[in-house]
Design a protein around this ligand. Sequence first.
Ligand code: PGA
Length: 261
Amino acid sequence: MFIAGNWKMNTNRKMACTLANGVLDKLDSVLNGAADKVEVAFCPPFVYLVDVAGLLPEGKAVYLGSQNVYFEDNGAFTGEMSTAMLKDVGCTLVLAGHSERRHVIGESDELINKKVRKSLADGLRVILCIGETLAERKANKTLDVNRRQVKAGLAGVTREQLANVVIAYEPVWAIGTGVTASPAQAQEVHAQVRSLVAGLYDTAAGDAMQIQYGGSVKPDNALELLGQPDIDGALVGGASLKVDDFLAIIAAGAKAAASKK
Ligand code: PGA
């Protein structure tokens, strides 16, 4: 079970530290004995990575993630950050293919794949985000779009590297809208994604793939979503900015994890 908070372009330096500390202070109590089954990550804006890194406890499954990365090592790429820079400040994780990067910033499947491959080659864990828009869902293209994004995102990723990949299914129509995919809608796509990974690699790879759900995950819907057989975690935006809400989602993750094998 992997609960990651994507803070997007939010917080300031003080809020970032208060938020991380607030979650860390109560983490043990909400994990309630399920600490070995639940991983947690914070993905703050670039400029606060160093501050948040300094707060993370050693020896706990709490990771620092970057919301973005570039695929070159260095050079004339104004505004971009390399994998080495991110690792240098304590990141072990990156997001790739988030719908806001795809649809607001205009990143292509090809660019996302370059980021995925570079990050994996340099030992970072990657959350590859996929998901259809409302128009695509209405046009019955949900499976096609997610298939394309998974295949393109994982192109050139070896079987061995797959252990460092997490897929986040985030229907675009559910992100930041307050509309959540129903547990059944999410489960359906998660099962398809799992069999897609099994088809691209092998059954064991599909079984082992961690697949997070993202899109308006809140304390009141988290347990039912996370209890679905093919949902292995959550990528949380808005609710990750509130200490109590994020803790409640982590607690739901711990409860769901304890009830799964
Ligand atoms: P949300 O965002 O929880 O605010 O819908 C999720 C995400 O974009 O990762």
